[in-house]
Design a protein around this ligand. Structure first.
Ligand code: NDP
Ligand code: 8X3
Length: 254
């Protein structure tokens, strides 16, 4: 049976790996992000390697009108979304709150919270009108249940994702839509480079002496949760590298 997934933030990291894992399972895909050059390359790779149909959607998820406009312009066939992966997100800045830059705060809240809401409202509406259930996988974080120093606003945004995941699960229950939240610790992607505004040296320091998770590790979990029998839903998964105990304690090898 044909299945379609929409993955936000597919131009990098966890999103790219998830799109690949889903294509491997035979999903047709809508892949989104701002860097459409990367998305186009991924489109070509997935169609060539897995024989699935892919549609690229370029939009800035922070902009509600751009987001709704891009989604509403999707060909009908790609609106039959069985699986939505709300992955697009970022951290921006790392300092005490009194020294924080409000532009960073807006970037995080607008992307991680409001952007996720804009996409979910449209796509869940499609799922409900179609009446065939569906599955929404939200990329939360260990920061969604543990706040840490210098990360208050990012942590607040991921606490919001945690609350939204629980709320969605209730709101969509009668429509047979599964909601799964995946809450990773350290994953080696562009995440830290983005957080430190392009400072790759500082980003590399985050993973010093640690074998972090990879985008493929998280994609494997997505592939597993979406492959379970129809009556089984995984609500919430927290996953970390072996060398990480929680948001505060990491065992680094010299
Ligand atoms: P990356 O920086 O590698 O990827 C982030 C993705 O989000 C990119 O594809 C980017 O696309 C997209 N994105 C960011 N801002 C926007 C925007 N305004 N509009 C549209 N798309 C946007 O990071 P990860 O893969 O690590 O992050 C994916 C998710 O996983 C995030 O929600 C993150 O919070 C979460 N996470 C990451 C962890 C980690 O340690 N890496 C741990 C826990 C959770 P583009 O720039 O092309 O728009
Ligand atoms: C990303 C993981 O620990 O930097 O969400 O918050 S952490």
């Amino acid at each position: 049976m044909e299945k379609t997934a929409l993955v936000t933030g597919a131009s990098s990291g966890i999103g790219t790996a998830t799109a690949r894992a889903l294509a491997r399972l035979g999903y047709d895909l809508v892949i989104t992000g701002r860097r459409t050059d990367r998305l186009q390359k991924l489109n070509d790779e997935l169609e060539r390697e897995y024989g699935v149909k892919v549609h690229v959607l370029g939009f800035d998820i922070r902009d509600r009108f751009q987001t709704e406009g891009a989604l509403s312009a999707l060909p009908d066939r790609f609106r039959e979304v069985d699986l939505l992966v709300n992955n697009a997100g970022l951290a921006s800045g790392f300092e005490h709150l009194d020294e924080g830059d409000p532009h960073d705060w807006e970037r995080m809240i607008d992307t991680n919270v409001k952007g996720l809401l804009y996409v979910t409202r449209v796509v869940s509406g499609w799922m409900i009108r179609r009446g065939k259930g569906g599955h929404i996988v939200n990329l939360g974080s260990i920061a969604g249940t543990q706040a840490y120093e210098n990360g208050a606003v990012y942590c607040a945004s991921k606490h919001a994702v945690h609350a939204l995941s629980q709320g969605m699960r209730m709101d969509f229950l009668s429509h047979g839509i599964k909601v799964t939240e995946i809450r990773p610790g350290m994953v080696d992607t562009e995440f830290s480079t983005v957080r430190f505004h392009g400072d790759k040296k500082r980003a590399a320091e985050v993973y010093r002496g640690v074998e972090p998770l990879t985008g493929d590790d998280i994609a494997g979990i997505v592939a597993w949760v979406v492959s379970l029998p129809p009556h089984v839903n995984i609500n919430d998964i927290e996953v970390m590298p072996l060398q990480q105990a929680n948001a505060y304690m990491t065992f680094r090898k010299q």
